[in-house]
Design a protein around this ligand. Sequence first.
Ligand code: PA5
Length: 447
Amino acid sequence: MGTIKLDIEKTFNFISKGAVDAYKDKVASCMELLEKGTGKGSDFLGWLHLPSSIDEEQINSIKATAKRLQENCDYVVVAGIGGSYLGARAVIESMVNCFQHLMPSNGIPTILFAGHNIGEDYLYELTSFLKDKKFGIINISKSGTTTETALAFRLLKKQCEDQRGKEEAKQVIVAVTDARKGAARITADKEGYESYTIPDNVGGRFSVLTPVGLLPIAVAGIDIAAFVKGAKDAEITCGQGVPFWNNPAAVYAATRNELYKQGKKIEILVNFQPKLHYVMEWWKQLYGESEGKENKGIFPAAVDFSTDLHSMGQWIQEGERSIFETVISVEQTNHTLKVPSDSANLDGLNFLAGKRIDEVNKMAELGTQLAHVDGNVPNIHVVIEKLDEYTIGQLLYFFEKACGISGYLLDVNPFNQPGVEAYKKNMFALLNKPGYEEESKEIQQKL
Ligand code: PA5
C-alpha cells in the first residue's frame, strides 16, 4: 500500500534545499525530545505511539458498541467540540457518501454533530428534527465540563429519555470522557451509561485515535482497524530512525519552519477534493492550538479548491506575499465519471468529452500550483493515494508527528492551549457563574 509522498521542490524558488537540510540535526533533537519525553508538555505524549498500542480487543470493544448503536438508532448525535469533535468529523466526512443522509437507510445511522457551537437556532432545529426519530448520543468531553458540549448534551439527554424512556435511553447513550473526573464521567457512572476513557496523556487535538475518534467513526460504518493500521504504518515511516529526507514528517516540519523564518507567516492547507474539508478543519486546530503561542506561530488557514479559487483565489494569487500553500493531492478517485458529449455544445465543453472529471480536476490542480508559484507562493505537496481508511489514518498521524516536531522547532509547548481559557473566563463572568463573582464585577466595568 502506498505511503504519503511529500514534495517540496516548489518551495526552492523561495528557500534553498540546503536551508531545509540544515534542520536535520535540530529535527533529530526534537524527535529525541518526543521519544524520551524530555521536552515541553511531555505529560501529553500519549499520542506518539498510540497507533501501535491499540490492540484487537480495544477495536472489538468499540465495534461492539458501534453495532449496538447502529442496530438501535437511525441517527447518532456526537456531542463534542474542538479536539473532542474535529477528528471524528474529519474521518467520517472524508469516508462516507456525500449524500448518505439523503439516501434510504442502509442500517448505518447518520451521524449528526452538536456541542460544537452555542447556536440556539442550530440546537432548536436539531432537536426539532430529532422529534420522534430513533436517535442515540455519544457524549465526548475530556474535561467533562465544556459549556458548549454540556449544554447540547443536557438538551439531547432529556429528549432521548423523553422519547425512549430512561431504560432504553441508557442503551443508546455512550460517554467518552476522563477516567475519574468531570461531569460527563459522574453522569455516565450515575446513569449507568457505557463509557470509554480518554487517556490522561492524550490532549484533545491528538485524540482521534482514541475512542474520541474511533467510536463515532465506527458507528458511521467505517473500518477502524484499517484506519488504525494506516496510522500505525505512518508511525514507522515518520519514526525516529528514518533518515531525514525519507521522513515526510521531518521534512514537512523543517520546511514550514524555514518558510516561517523567511516571512511566510500564513500556511494555507489546500484540497481539491471536497470530502477533505473537515480534515482541513482538524488540521487548523492541530497546528493553531499547538503553535500559536508566545506571540509566535504560523497562522493555519484552509481552502477547498476549486470552489475557493472563485473567492480566495484572487488574494492568494496577488495579495500580500506572506503565505505558502500545502496542497493535499489525492492520486486516485474512488469512482469514475466521464464528461458526456453534447450535440449542441453550447457550453463549448465538447473538447473534454470522454475525459474523466478527475482529469479536469487534476489540470485545475496543476494549473493552480504553477500560477501560485509564479505568484510567489511557495508550494508544499502532500500526495496520498486515495481516500480510504488506511490512507486517512496515515495522513492524520503524519500531521500529528510533524506538528510535535514543528512545535519543538519553534520552541513552544505544542501540547498545551493556555490561550483558550480567556474567553471562557469572560463568558462565565458575564453569565454570573457562581464562583466568578470577582471576575463579574471586573468585567462589568469594562462594558
Ligand atoms: O485540543 C483541546 O484540548 C481542545 O480543543 C478540547 O478538545 C476542547 O476544548 C474540548 O474539550 P473537552 O474535551 O474537555 O470538552
